[in-house]
Design a protein around this ligand. Structure first.
Ligand SMILES: [Zn+2]
Length: 382
């Protein structure tokens, strides 16, 4: 077993220098050795101060999954991985309208979603800090991932969920041993409650605010390049906060800067039209944001009204010559069924990528990679 049993992983001398985070608003810098989910000076959002760095020679092939790339995480050498074997997801090809398209099966991660790539980095860091108890707000994949990794670390994990939340994801959180705190009202009330708790001193292991998850998400890009021998021509992924797409963008940027790939892929982010702030911003500019609603959608995992890294996500998409897209609600379940008929059983949130493909086959550069993010086993139709 690997993880909490006294194995010290040596960081090589040539490791990355992504060891500082800074506030994206006031540029207040914090050492990575501090625990804080938001800038204590201005309340701004933290991010890595420098681009990610990738060094092929620093990959430790003896380590499983995402921890092969630990040098790129910017964590101190002493941090021991809290791991469940995340990463290394298969890349499977299938024929779509006469063309071979690759599917990255990230729903096969330990808790059934890509979130584990980020959670393993974040929780490992917090455990090293001596954190014994942490909080999170999510009734979905992030909550399940958080509950699994905090339990694995011997940490107490408290998850604030909207009181209406039910179904397999809530059951999964409880089964891992996460403490559920139901909060009456809409989703935003759970976010308010967790921030109140954080103001009172709790450690907020937010999958949105904590920048460490981005370094974990970047590993999906590293894996794709290993699996393909070069970068994909285009990558299509569902987008709520956009953290996964942003993390992958930074991974590809690091690879390109290190001359490991010949191109940076077009990035395509897909939202549900019921709640599509990033698509609206990209299509109609700043003014469009006023009319955005948090509408009902089966794509519950990407129902995010205010993505906190919106600027960074859109910049990454635009600079890749990609685009944002949004799908109609009535197309989502049929898309889920179409993917399932090909053997890919994903939740409706993940299926939003599918309707984009046939419409844009000629525009998208080859090879096309569709990222499948969450397991269908997590979804229960009402
Ligand atoms: Zn600040």
């Amino acid at each position: 077993m690997f993880g909490s049993k006294g194995i010290i992983f040596q960081r090589r001398a040539i490791g990355c220098n992504v060891d500082m985070i800074e506030c994206t608003s006031c540029r207040n810098e914090l050492s990575i050795k501090e625990v804080s989910y938001r800038c204590p000076v201005c309340g701004g959002v933290f991010d890595y101060a420098e681009p990610f760095k990738y060094e092929a020679s620093s990959i430790n092939s003896k380590m499983p999954g995402v921890w092969r790339y630990r040098d790129s995480f910017g964590l101190p050498t002493e941090v021991e991985p809290i791991s469940l074997g995340e990463g290394n997801s298969p890349l499977v090809w299938d024929d779509v309208n006469g063309k071979q398209v690759a599917f990255k099966l990230d729903y096969l991660n330990p808790t059934g979603s890509y979130k584990d790539r980020g959670t393993t980095v974040l929780i490992s860091y917090l455990a090293w800090q001596g954190v014994k108890s942490a909080i999170e707000d999510s009734s979905g994949n992030a909550g399940a991932s958080f509950a699994a990794y905090t339990s694995r670390a011997g940490m107490h994990g408290k998850v604030f969920v909207p009181a209406y939340a039910s179904g397999p994801k809530r059951a999964q959180i409880e089964a891992y041993g996460g403490e559920l705190v139901p909060v009456p009202g809409p989703r935003s009330k759970a976010a308010d409650a967790v921030e109140q708790d954080a103001e009172n001193g709790a450690v907020y292991a937010s999958h949105v605010y904590q920048p460490f998850v981005l370094a974990g998400y970047a590993t999906a890009a590293y894996e794709m390049v290993e699996q393909l021998g070069d970068a994909p021509g285009s990558v299509i992924a569902p987008v709520g906060q956009g953290s996964f797409l942003l993390g992958m963008a930074r991974g590809f940027e690091a690879l390109h800067n290190a001359n490991q790939i010949s191109r940076v892929p077009q990035l395509v982010g897909v939202q549900s039209k019921a709640c599509a702030p990033l698509w609206s911003l990209a299509t109609n500019g700043e003014n469009a944001l006023e009319g955005i609603e948090e509408g009902e959608t089966v794509a519950e995992g990407i129902r995010i009204r205010h993505p906190i890294r919106a600027d960074a996500v859109l910049k990454a998409v635009q600079s890749s010559n990609g685009f944002m897209a949004a799908v109609d609600e009535q197309d989502i379940i049929p898309a889920r069924d179409e993917l399932a008929s090909r053997g890919f059983y994903v939740e409706p949130t993940s299926a939003v990528v599918w309707p984009i493909l046939p419409k844009n086959m000629n525009e998208l550069k080859d090879p096309i990679v569709i990222v499948l993010t969450g397991s269908g086993l997590k979804y229960m139709s009402s």
